[in-house]
Design a binder for this molecule. Sequence first.
Ligand code: IMP
Ligand code: MG
Length: 173
Amino acid sequence: MATTSVLISEADIQQRIKTLAAEIEKAYPANEEIHLVAVLKGGFMFMADLVRAMSDRVTMDFMAVSSYGKGTTSSGQVRVLKDLDSNLEGRHVIVVEDIVDTGLTLHYLQDLLKARAPKSMKTACLLSKPSRRKVDVQVDFVGFTIEDRFVVGYGLDYAEKYRNLPYIAVLEQ
Ligand code: IMP
Ligand code: MG
């Protein structure tokens, strides 16, 4: 197994998520429901911490997608493996993603979900690698902007491993 070195510590992640949660709540009229849609599997840990830092006007759902092709780059072709149970019509929806890299996955998802007539649609991602963008995609709430490095932990995997790390790490081959 490869070794990892910490890029963003557990304490830094937790602190940033509290700020982000407050930012998100402020962006919506008081008392209006906010429906969070996490993208599995990568988004599961971020979702769990984010909703615990928010008030009881939050509801949530999960969907699973996979980009065709293995390896460390996205092909842009996205397959829905598990769709939502909930109807998005007339709701404030926030897509919760682990990381926006090329932006291809998010671009596809935004189109797909916007077609379901939500009242509003925004995106929250823990990490963003802007230097890797292939499509111009809107991300409203960003935890951390990072350089072009392959990271693992806090939901993010390499060959399905390391998702359980409570911090973000760089793999040392
Ligand atoms: P996209 O290139 O923006 O479409 O990224 C799609 C997906 O690739 C993300 O949701 C992650 O699952 C995965 N991904 C991109 N960069 C990384 C990384 O540095 N580590 C682990 N997974 C990544
Ligand atoms: Mg993802």
